[in-house]
Design a protein around this ligand. Structure first.
Ligand code: SAM
Length: 279
C-alpha cells in the first residue's frame, strides 16, 4: 500500500494487505469490485465530486466534456445507456439535455450517492444496479451507450461487456467509452517523477489484484493492450470510428490519482473509443 492511501476506507474495511499480479476469474472480479466500490464510494465523492460536478459529463481527468466534444452526437430525445455510471453525473447531464438516460452500475454504494445527487438537483434518471457484463435490458433498447471510466477496466471478460453493449444498442447506435490509456500499465501509479519510469511489461495481461490476508481479491483491474481493445470492439460487431488520446490542457493543474500535468504533457492518460453499430 502507498504511504498515503487515498482509498483508506476501502483498504481498512476490506482488510486489504497487499498487491498481487495473478489471474482472477470474472466472478471473483465482480464480487471484489462490488464490495470495493461500495467501500470507496464516500472517499470517491469527497475526492472527485466537485471536479465531476452534479450534472456534468466529464470524460476523463484531462477535463474533456461531452458538451465540448460531442462524441455521442445529438442526445435530445435519444435513449442513452450509461455503463458504470457511479454517482451518475453524466446521466444527469444527459437528462438535462433532453435525453432519456439510464444509469447502471455494479455498486449500491455509488448508486446511493447518485440518489443523493438526484435529490439535490431534482434531475432523476432511472438507476439500475447491474454488472455491465449482463445488462438487464432487451436487445436494441438504446440509441446510444456511454461510459466514463466505468466498468470496462474492472471486468475480466471485457469482450463479453462489448457484446452486451452491442446487443442492447439498436442498429446504427453509438458506443463511446473512456478508459485509462493502455500504455499507463507499464508505469507505477504515481503522478510524480517516479511515474515516468517504466516498470512493467505492456504485454503482461496478468491482472492487478489487491488481496486480503487469505489471498482473496479485494479489488481487481484488467489490462488490455490497444490492439486487444480494438479486437474486442470489432469482435463484438462494432466499427471503430475514432480513438481520442486527449492532451493535457495548458493551465489544468488538478491531480487525479496518477494523472498529473507532469505526466500528461509527455504521454496520454486516457483513451476514448468511439464505436458504431452498423445499420
Ligand atoms: C472510476 S468509477 C467511474 C464512475 C463514473 N463514470 C464517473 O465518471 O465518476 C468506476 C465505476 O465502475 C463501476 N463498476 C465496476 N465494475 C463494474 C461492473 N462489472 N459493472 C458495472 N459497473 C462497474 C464501479 O462501481 C464504479 O462506479
Amino acid at each position: 500500500m502507498p504511504a498515503t492511501d487515498p482509498h483508506v476506507s476501502a483498504t481498512v474495511r476490506l482488510g486489504t494487505v497487499g498487491v498481487a499480479h495473478k489471474p482472477v476469474s470474472a466472478a471473483e472480479s465482480i464480487a471484489a469490485n462490488r464490495l470495493w466500490w461500495d467501500a470507496d464510494a464516500d472517499d470517491y465523492v469527497a475526492e472527485h465530486g466537485d471536479f465531476l460536478g452534479e450534472a456534468s459529463f466529464v470524460w476523463c481527468p484531462e477535463g474533456v466534456t461531452e458538451a465540448d466534444a460531442q462524441l455521442l452526437g445529438a442526445v435530445a430525445g435519444r435513449r442513452v445507456l450509461e455503463v458504470g455510471c457511479g454517482t451518475a453525473p453524466c446521466s444527469r447531464w444527459l437528462t438535462t439535455q433532453g435525453a432519456y438516460a439510464v444509469g447502471t452500475d455494479l455498486s449500491a454504494g455509488m448508486l446511493r450517492h447518485a440518489r443523493v445527487s438526484a435529490d439535490a438537483t431534482g434531475v432523476r434518471p432511472p438507476l439500475v444496479q447491474a454488472t455491465a457484463t449482463a445488462l438487464p435490458f432487451a436487445a436494441a433498447s438504446f440509441d446510444l451507450a456511454c461510459s466514463a471510466f466505468g466498468a470496462v477496466p474492472f471486468v475480466a471478460d471485457s469482450d463479453r461487456l462489448m457484446a452486451e453493449v452491442f446487443r442492447v444498442l439498436r442498429p446504427g447506435g453509438r458506443w463511446v467509452f473512456s478508459v485509462t490509456h493502455p500504455m499507463r500499465w507499464i508505469f507505477p501509479d504515481d503522478p510524480g517523477e517516479d511515474g515516468l519510469v517504466a516498470q512493467s511489461s505492456y504485454f503482461d495481461r496478468t491482472p492487478y489484484v489487491e488481496i486480503d490476508e487469505r489471498g482473496s481479491a479485494t479489488y481487481a483491474e484488467h489490462h488490455r493492450t490497444l490492439g486487444d481493445r480494438i479486437r474486442e470492439i470489432v469482435g463484438a460487431g462494432f466499427t471503430l470510428t475514432d480513438l481520442l488520446e486527449p492532451e493535457w490542457p495548458d493551465g489544468h493543474a488538478r491531480l487525479w490519482g496518477q494523472w498529473s500535468p507532469l505526466r500528461g504533457k509527455i504521454f496520454p492518460g486516457t483513451a476514448i473509443f468511439v464505436c458504431d453499430k452498423p445499420v
